[in-house]
Design a binder for this molecule. Structure first.
Ligand SMILES: Cc1ncc(COP(=O)(O)O)c(C=O)c1O
Length: 435
């Protein structure tokens, strides 16, 4: 396997595009040096890079491609719609059709607004909560990795250059499964916090009815509860994790998975709050998600076709079933190589990730890189083991065989040093202040 064309394009991309890509998680610093850098095409869960190498990939499109690349029913729906035009001077009919269909499945929402990126949706939820409560501060769950590329969230991260201190001071954090940390926030900032935003679940399950009790604390303190179902929607359940844990948020955000990779996301919620973005109320108007491309018709057609496919096929059941098969096989490999303390799978079976540790039991980017490198050598791009509907039994079985080979190298590296096996530098976390 060679990466000659990838290397040439990499040099060019960094001279043309800051970071060489449009999503940091896809960047060169996230992958080993011996890796495919650019993809030409995908089908199902298989992709082909610019050098003609074929791979099976996981976590496709940052978890947005749940049904598989170039999934025909979705592509055909988008193509048919494109031929009718993509953007008009007045709204397209499909905006109402899809809103009605989506609200037919979202149990806790009366109104919905579409947009392109998840960040637009979460930031709109924050703005709406601020307008509704007439408060400025917002609180997010510090144990969860990402909510938005916008200032209210990135301002609190290591990567906060360019974000004024005054904005950063308006955001505070609480911890998952820790009601005390939430109560402490409301005690320190009484009548100041507009909303709490969190994912209903990431790798840790909610304990002791955490989510419903959180809603209770929000109600007591006049704040809104926003559930970010960007990952969990269309993966845990069509309605997201809120359906599984039986919790009713004031607002929810959906995105990845809605349109099988097409640019579509949504803010959904209770009428009383959502209508502040509308034309028929007496309060201050909220500039809620009004963008040129927000309701591009072919993205909505793709989303309709995706929803329709989910309604007629147990996609979510299959994601869980295949994830379970994968999890079982990979866990057996780490036990066989006696490294289950160092290489650990985590998360729900439909959304598996892994942790890599060194000899001392410390989390290790070098060992992560080595594992990625060995998986790539065997034809797998696996920054996670987030499965799709397109991963067949054969794909899963081949993955387990590759993991077995990769973990054999991992086990050797634990004995004789990772640098002996790793080609080039280690990967780095996205969220860091300096290069
Ligand atoms: C939970 C969650 N919320 C929000 C976002 C932001 O979505 P986008 O990248 O589409 O702006 C992400 C993206 O990774 C996410 O995982």
């Amino acid at each position: 396997m060679t990466f000659t064309k990838s290397r040439q394009l990499q040099a060019k991309s960094h001279s043309l595009i800051p970071g060489g890509t449009h999503t940091y998680a896809k960047g060169d610093d996230q992958f080993p040096e011996e890796a495919p850098a650019f993809i030409l095409q995908g089908k199902g869960c298989h992709v082909w890079d610019v050098d003609g190498n074929e791979f099976v990939e996981y976590g496709m499109g940052l978890r947005s491609v749940t049904l598989g690349h170039a999934f025909e029913p979705v592509i055909e729906a988008a193509q048919r719609q494109m031929l009718l035009g993509s953007n008009f001077t007045r709204p397209a009919r499909i905006e109402v059709d899809y809103a009605e269909e989506l609200l037919g499945v979202l149990k806790n929402a009366d109104m919905v607004k579409f947009t392109k990126n998840g960040s637009d949706a979460t930031t709109a939820a924050i703005k709406l909560a601020r307008a509704y409560t007439r408060r400025d501060m917002v609180a997010y769950c510090a144990d969860q990795p990402f909510f938005s590329m916008d200032d209210w969230f990135i301002g609190k991260s290591e990567l906060n250059a360019g974000i004024p201190q005054t904005i950063r001071e308006l955001t505070v954090t609480f911890n998952y499964n820790d009601l005390q940390s939430v109560k402490a926030l409301f005690a320190t900032f009484p009548h100041k916090i507009a909303c709490l935003i969190l994912e209903a679940e990431t790798v840790e399950e909610p304990k002791d009815d955490f989510l419903n009790r959180l809603r209770g604390i929000c109600d007591e303190n006049g704040a809104l509860l926003i559930l970010d179902e960007m990952i969990t929607g269309f993966r845990w359940h069509l309605n997201g994790a809120q359906a599984i844990y039986d919790v009713v948020p004031h607002l929810s955000t959906f995105g990845k998975g809605m349109g099988n990779g097409f640019a579509i996301s949504a803010l959904a919620g209770k009428r009383e709050i959502m209508q502040l973005g509308g034309l028929d109320h007496a309060s201050d108007r909220v500039f809620l998600l009004s963008t040129t491309h927000g309701a591009e018709t072919h993205a909505l057609a793709a989303a309709r076709a995706t929803l329709n496919f989910y309604k007629n096929t147990d996609v979510i059941g299959i994601l869980h079933q295949q994830g379970e098969r994968l999890q079982k096989g990979i866990n057996q490999c780490s036990v066989r190589h006696n490294i289950s303390g160092q290489f650990k799978m985590q998360g729900r079976t439909c959304n598996l990730t892994y942790i890599t540790k060194d000899q001392k039991g410390e989390k290790s980017q070098a060992f992560r890189t080595l594992f990625l490198q060995e998986m790539i050598r065997h034809g797998f791009i696996a920054p996670s083991f987030v499965i799709s509907y397109a991963h067949s039994n054969e794909d899963v079985d081949r993955t387990i065989e590759a993991v077995d080979l990769a973990l054999a190298v991992y086990a050797n590296a634990l004995t004789d040093g990772v640098e002996k096996h790793l080609i080039g530098r280690a990967v780095k976390p996205v969220n860091r202040r300096y290069n």
